[in-house]
Write a protein that binds this ligand. Structure first.
Ligand SMILES: [Zn+2]
Length: 218
């Protein structure tokens, strides 16, 4: 009887553990319209020199971002548009495909998935063809939260199991890939300076996933 109770207790603790380890991702797909497909294939060809029939990627890098304001809903609505807004002239000269990312993490740590992680999204110049973008609701004046750091770490862990991810960077760090084999941008002058998601946040997230040994440079 004692053994049975012990076995039941072990079983119970395993179940609870499995439950807490399970990552909850809320599906919130943006409109990956035929036009988005067309523009993504065009972007892959024109900017990355990659000709494909479908806008899929083999993810190697995870890039963390912040949204520089707004809520999940306003950022979702922004990314949901297929074409870039008129005000973003520098980007628009390169392609009219709108920016987006595969994930958004809210300030309470809720993870939203906007498309399959291996679908092409425009979020990091030179690396889009192999990068998964994780946006976080926040800005320079609204520092990202502990819950976001822990959600990003859990999501990185999940993606690393699923894909052959080798690198983890913040958007502000993407310049170190310029000139490396991984950098694929046909226009050498197409580059913008970024400061998201911030050094503190990157430090926190990296500490939580040290065991994954993800690289931060080529
Ligand atoms: Zn960014």
């Amino acid at each position: 009887m004692k053994n049975l109770i012990y076995a039941l207790l072990v079983l119970l603790s395993c179940c609870t553990k499995a439950q807490t380890n399970e990552l909850k991702i809320v599906s919130k797909p943006i409109d990956y319209s035929q036009e988005r497909v067309r523009l993504s294939l065009e972007y892959l060809k024109d900017h990355h020199n990659i000709v494909q029939n479908s806008p899929t990627i083999s993810p190697k890098i995870i890039v963390l971002h912040y949204t520089a304001g707004g809520t999940v809903e306003t950022n979702y609505k922004y990314f949901n548009k297929t074409h870039l807004e008129a005000a973003r002239n520098v980007l628009k000269k390169q392609s009219t495909l709108n920016v987006s990312s595969q994930f958004i993490v809210d300030r309470d740590g809720t993870i939203y998935q906007l498309m399959e992680p291996n679908m092409f999204a425009r979020h990091t110049i030179g690396l889009n063809y192999c990068a998964i973008g994780i946006e976080n609701i926040g800005s320079r004046n609204q520092p990202l939260t502990e819950k976001q750091a822990s959600a990003n770490a859990q999501l990185i862990r999940y993606l690393t199991k699923k894909y052959n991810i080798e690198y983890l960077i913040g958007h502000s760090e993407y310049g170190v890939f310029r000139g490396s084999k991984l950098w694929k941008e046909t226009d050498p002058n197409y580059f913008t300076i970024k400061d998201d998601p911030g050094k503190d946040f990157m430090k926190k997230v990296r500490l939580l996933v040290t065991d994954l040994h993800l690289k931060d440079k080529p």
